[in-house]
Write a protein that binds this ligand. Structure first.
Ligand code: UGA
Length: 470
């Protein structure tokens, strides 16, 4: 018989909020704590704050039942058996993860702790953080027998966070004590036993009663490293295919064919081999830097990670060069930009390669008309409209009288544009696609010059071949 566990989740960002609502969906009693009163008030009123599938529905379903929101961490600590720390671990100037929020939460928990609790690291943290949390607890007068620190990294992606949480490839629990490991196993039992997937109201995904997710029990330090190593490896895969795409461009080969040929090897796999304008977001850039820094501090030569970062920086510059190669001079050019978010299906613009490219193009003297289905409001806050930057009503408004159209984010709707209407709106029929959303023949058949990533440039019959800069 399933046991409901009382859980506190500290932090209501992407990971914290999704974890809180999903634990509630799994049947637990959850208190989500944040020290930002405005955020807590908004969540209490039913505003899900982030653009994420299923989140509004789950919030509406559990808000007045299995999940509540508060600023009172002391009270939540006393009431709950497990406390998940899901606060930010931003990148510091040296590349290290800044763990001051984690430390502040640990100290506050220590001050209110009155019985045995499992403290769970959910934020992405470097190896040894569990030891620092333990030390902080003890320095604040908590007896070692009153708590365990466990690492339970999260692998959800923005945009598909709820489904990723409820249908994970694996659940990793790093616990050095059996007692704490058992609490975590109990928390995830609705998923690992398949019980959740049997429910008529469960959210569908790739797991099922017959194929529930595995739970991997490891040491705490291994779990901490699993998270950093996984993100760094995925970033490496992206940089690798981006480097291959550059080679394909030089050799006049097609990177999509190469990626498919590689990905069919089950040892390589097809995922995360999509070339583009480089990875962004709040995780990969920060986590690769933090992992590199952890290795450095431990005297381990992990220069491979610096190369991953270098390729990622170059990829954006290469894209700007590609725009130049299509338009000759950049100064005074009018460009339509589709996409500002760091990837499709999210309004998150943190470390967005699209925004970096917009900045570079503006620095070269271009005027931009940008459109994004969800991220314009956030972008306006850091890049206000100006004489050289306009936020458009829709794709065709952005394209109106532009010298070329650039695709910078892989929103599904950008892969289904009305090409006739687009052609009429643009001044010149040029599409430069940083996400390879189109079959080049389709675009040339509609009269476009089409440049993409790692594939031969494609020209309609009437246009001219590229002019070599050599
Ligand atoms: C990433 C990981 O995928 C999650 O497993 C992890 O939990 C999360 O970080 C985190 O640590 O919190 P996320 O940042 O939401 O998730 O985004 P991804 O879907 O991984 O994409 C990251 C970036 O790589 C995006 O800019 C995307 O456009 C780019 N990307 C991704 C590519 O350029 N090519 C690909 O093949 C895949």
């Amino acid at each position: 018989m399933k046991k409901d566990i009382s859980i506190a989740v500290v932090g209501s960002g992407y990971v914290g909020l999704v974890a809180a609502v999903c634990f509630a969906e799994m049947g637990h009693q959850v208190v989500c704590v944040d020290n930002d009163e405005r955020k807590v008030a908004a969540l209490q009123a039913g505003d899900s704050l982030i653009h994420e599938h299923y989140l509004p529905e789950l919030l509406a379903k559990h808000r007045n039942g299995h999940v509540r929101f508060t600023t009172d961490l002391a009270d939540a600590t006393r009431q709950c058996a497990a406390i998940f720390i899901a606060v930010g671990t931003p990148q510091s100037e040296t590349g290290d993860a800044d763990l001051s929020y984690v430390e502040a939460v640990a100290c506050e928990i220590a001050r209110s702790l009155d019985s045995y609790k499992v403290i769970v690291e959910k934020s992405t943290v470097p190896v040894y953080t569990n030891e620092w949390i333990s030390r902080a607890m003890e320095r604040n007068g908590v007896d070692r027998s009153l708590f365990d620190v466990v690492s339970n990294p999260e692998f959800l992606r923005e945009g598909t966070a709820v489904v990723d949480f409820l249908h994970p490839d694996r659940i990793v629990v790093g616990a050095d004590s059996e007692r704490a490991g058992a609490v975590l196993s109990e928390i995830y039992a609705p998923l690992t036993t398949g019980e959740y997937y049997e429910r008529a109201d469960s959210i569908a995904g790739c797991c099922s009663v017959s194929e529930p997710p595995p739970l991997l029990m490891t040491s705490t330090k291994s779990a901490e490293i699993i998270k950093h190593a996984s993100n760094a490896f995925l970033a490496l895969k992206i940089s690798f295919i981006n480097a291959v795409s550059n080679l394909c461009e030089a050799a006049n080969a097609n990177v999509e064919q190469v990626a498919r040929g590689m990905g069919l090897d089950t040892r390589i796999g097809p995922k995360f081999l999509r070339p583009g304008i480089g990875y962004g977001g709040s995780c990969f850039p920060k986590d690769v830097a933090a992992f590199r820094s952890v290795a450095e501090q431990m005297g381990i030569d992990f220069n491979l990670l610096s190369e991953v970062e270098k390729i990622n920086v170059q990829q954006k510059k290469r894209f700007v060069s590609k725009v130049r190669s299509a338009l000759w001079n950049l100064r005074g050019k009018k460009l339509a930009v589709l996409g500002l978010a760091f990837k499709g299906e999210t309004d998150d613009i943190r470390e967005s390669p699209a925004i970096e490219i917009v900045r570079m193009l503006m620095a070269e003297g271009c005027s931009i008309a940008a459109f994004d289905p969800a991220a314009m409001q956030r972008t306006e806050q850091i890049l206000p409209p100006s004489q050289h930057l306009r936020y458009a009503r829709d794709v065709y408004d952005a394209a109106s009288d532009a010298d070329a159209l650039l695709i910078l984010t892989d929103w599904p709707e950008f892969a289904n544009l009305d090409l006739k209407q687009l052609n009429q709106a643009l001044r010149y029929s040029i599409v430069i696609d940083g996400r390879n959303l189109y079959d080049p023949h389709v675009l040339t058949d509609h009269g476009f010059t089409y440049l993409s990533v790692g594939r031969p440039a494609a020209y309609p019959a009437r246009d001219h071949a590229p002019i070599s800069s050599r």
